[in-house]
Design a protein around this ligand. Structure first.
Ligand code: ZN
Length: 223
């Protein structure tokens, strides 16, 4: 809906993502649907098909997609979303439980593709920089994004030296951290759950403070 409301003349404008115009974001969302559809086919057939052949392939595809005509790009958004929906609708109960993988990463059941698509569509709607905001997200989406980011950081904390960031939402009950929330060395980052989601997904510092009044660090890479 956000894209449908965006006039053609504004598609060349800057997105909120570095070096990407709105066209790049749109193309990426299309190819994300196709990538997820490859995982759905994997689940349906048992034939291993990774989401993207390689990082380079994924990036090249987005660059090409951003050069499509406006009508082609808009049509691709609709077509790829519909194809993914059809793929999902065709999965048997057993296929939904099939373990798939993005590239070399951990395996997950095909059901997770629904979440992977959900977070892409909502966050990239914000990235279109045309009025949609994290404030529009349903509260359970916010909660799930926050726990998703934290578990990603936990998984890479030792390897990448990610500090013990503790997210303390001012409008939710319990703080949650990369490590122990009572750790005296923890960096406690405060804000509403929406502010924390924006910050934790690398989308700005609005409303963010820290427990010791120091400037908040940039959030570590999420995905
Ligand atoms: Zn994305």
């Amino acid at each position: 809906r956000t894209l449908a409301q965006l006039p053609d003349a504004e598609l060349d404008g800057a997105s909120l993502l570095p070096d990407w115009s709105r066209r790049h974001v749109i193309a990426h969302v299309c190819y994300n649907a196709q990538g997820l559809l490859r995982l759905v086919h994997w689940a349906a057939t048992g034939v291993e098909t990774p989401m993207y052949a390689s990082r380079q392939d994924r990036d090249d595809e987005i660059q090409r997609g951003a050069k499509l005509s406006t009508s082609e790009l808009r049509a691709l958004v609709v077509a790829t979303a519909n194809e993914l929906d059809e793929g999902w609708r065709g999965l048997s109960d057993e296929a939904w439980r099939t373990q798939v993988r993005m590239a070399q990463g951990p395996e997950f059941p095909a059901t997770t593709t629904i979440w992977l698509r959900t977070r892409e569509v909502w966050l990239h709607a914000v990235d279109l920089n045309s009025g949609a905001a994290c404030d529009d997200f349903p509260p359970n989406l916010i909660d799930r994004l926050l726990s998703n980011v934290l578990s990603a950081w936990r998984g890479r904390a030792a390897e990448e030296g990610i500090p013990n960031l503790v997210l303390s939402p001012t409008d939710r009950g319990v703080p949650k951290g990369v490590g122990d929330v009572d750790d005296p060395a923890a960096i406690v980052v405060r804000g509403t759950a929406v502010d924390l989601t924006r910050w934790a997904t690398g989308r700005g510092f609005l409303g963010i403070t820290t427990a010791n009044e120091m400037p908040a660090p940039s959030a570590p890479r999420w995905i």
